[in-house]
Design a protein around this ligand. Structure first.
Ligand SMILES: NC(=O)c1ccc[n+]([C@@H]2O[C@H](COP(=O)([O-])OP(=O)(O)OC[C@H]3O[C@@H](n4cnc5c(N)ncnc54)[C@H](O)[C@@H]3O)[C@@H](O)[C@H]2O)c1
Length: 391
């Protein structure tokens, strides 16, 4: 293996372009090929970066001299492209969500496990760059370090994923069952759902309520409320929308030792002077609340979108065996949560995890099969969608 990881980027849209810039900026990566089904786009980026253009990912996998690929196509293609690449012994960094549904995610993880028998140092990572953000790292460290004690409740209101009709109209594949396989849960929220499970683990039961195309002309969900029940007794709430402006991004994690709140770029800890459970048990007065102190928790944040750190770490894993920030196998959890919320809403009942992956894939196929949805023609150009406004 050379000192740089020779990479191909598949899908040169909004995200793939940023990956190309990051690969150029890093010391341990080298772009050797680009691939897009849009020939003009692939040719232009290959010329700009002095690399080779491919128009079919199979040609890239078969002919380019590569160590690794980044998959930045629309979601449904993440599974077939990742699986084919892993089977050839290529390292893969896949965009979120790793797959549209759990069945595909399982196929990807199984392909990785099989390929590793032949290529033991194979690396399979996912682009969950929010795991590098200082505030989320601090929260993770505090929970893992036991500072909150036994957890009681986690509530995330993340309604600041505002999107206009222009956003949906411009991406041909966006916000349809066939093109994207879901709405806010599959596109914007994989990051939040990944962080949720990273912080507090997976629930054992999910109840979801979603509305389809309530505020946008789309056929998938743009407003979501979910309730999670965890085996340890903790309850969770997850509320999201692409139709609130100004939106909220407030995460509350409550444990016996106090309440941790992240909102407005500040992390606040309301630290109990003793365990809330102890207080319930032995406080003399019926209304004796636990005395607490409120303080801002310091953290360091790099202030970057974070994708570059994920690619750097991925290359470090390939070259030096570094631990991944986000192993792709962990990406199945956010897919499981998104699928379960939708499934619960469709079936109007709670869903016990793990979700019935075949039943969900069949439901998605039937939604696609019976769809009569027509996308509106875009009124503005795709250039109006500046991704930097998203992070
Ligand atoms: N991690 C993040 O912060 C982040 C942000 C935005 C998007 N994404 C993810 O990146 C992926 C792409 O999103 P986008 O916004 O860049 O979409 P996009 O529509 O801007 O770009 C997708 C590109 O893939 C090309 N393409 C489609 N099918 C292909 C195939 N089979 N082979 C090769 N090229 C193909 C399209 O022609 C297009 O150029 C999605 O999965 C999305 O969820 C991640």
């Amino acid at each position: 293996m050379s000192e740089t990881v020779k990479m191909g980027v598949i899908g040169i849209g909004i995200m793939g372009r940023l990956h190309i810039q990051d690969i150029a900026a890093l010391q341990n990566t080298e772009l050797v090929a680009v691939c897009d089904v849009d020939k003009a786009k692939a040719d232009q980026f290959a010329a700009d970066t002095q690399t080779t253009a491919y128009y079919d990912y199979r040609d890239l996998l078969n002919h380019a001299c590569l160590d690794a690929i980044i998959v930045a196509t629309p979601h449904y293609d993440h599974a077939p492209i990742s699986i084919d690449a892993l089977q050839k012994g290529l390292h893969v960094l896949v965009e979120k969500p790793i797959a549209v549904h759990v069945k595909d995610a399982r196929r990807m993880i199984a392909a990785y496990e099989t390929a590793k028998q032949q290529y033991p140092s194979l690396v399979f990572g996912a682009v969950f760059m929010q795991r590098t953000y200082g505030h989320w790292l601090k929260i993770k460290a505090m929970i893992d370090g036991g500072e909150l004690g036994r957890l009681v409740r986690t509530t995330w209101i993340v309604t600041d994923w505002f999107r206009t009709q222009s956003y949906y109209d411009n991406g041909g594949w966006r916000a349809t069952w066939k093109g994207e396989g879901g709405g806010v849960l599959l596109n914007q929220c994989p990051h939040n759902l990944d962080l949720y499970q990273w912080f507090v683990g997976m629930p054992q039961r999910v109840t979801g309520s979603v509305t389809l195309g309530k505020y946008h002309h789309i056929e998938v969900e743009d407003e979501v409320t979910a309730y999670f029940e965890h085996e340890n007794g903790m309850i969770g709430h997850f509320i999201t929308s692409t139709a609130e402006s100004p939106g909220t991004n407030r995460l509350e994690i409550v444990g016996e030792n106090g309440r941790l709140v992240y909102e407005n770029q500040q992390l606040t800890f309301f630290r109990n002077q003793r365990s809330m459970f102890q207080q319930i048990e032995d406080a003399p007065g019926g209304f004796d609340k636990v005395p607490f102190e409120q303080s801002l928790v310091p953290f360091e944040h790099h202030g970057q979108p974070g994708h570059r750190f994920v690619i750097d770490n991925f290359a470090d894993a390939v070259l030096n065996g570094a631990s991944l920030i986000a192993p792709a196998a962990e990406g199945i959890n956010s897919v499981m949560l998104a699928n379960s919320i939708l499934w619960s809403s469709f079936e109007r009942q709670a869903v016990d995890l793990p979700l019935d992956a075949d039943a969900y894939a069949n439901k998605l196929a039937s939604l696609i099969g019976t769809s009569s949805f027509q996308k509106a023609a875009p009124k503005t150009t795709a250039a109006a969608n500046d991704l930097s406004k998203s992070f």
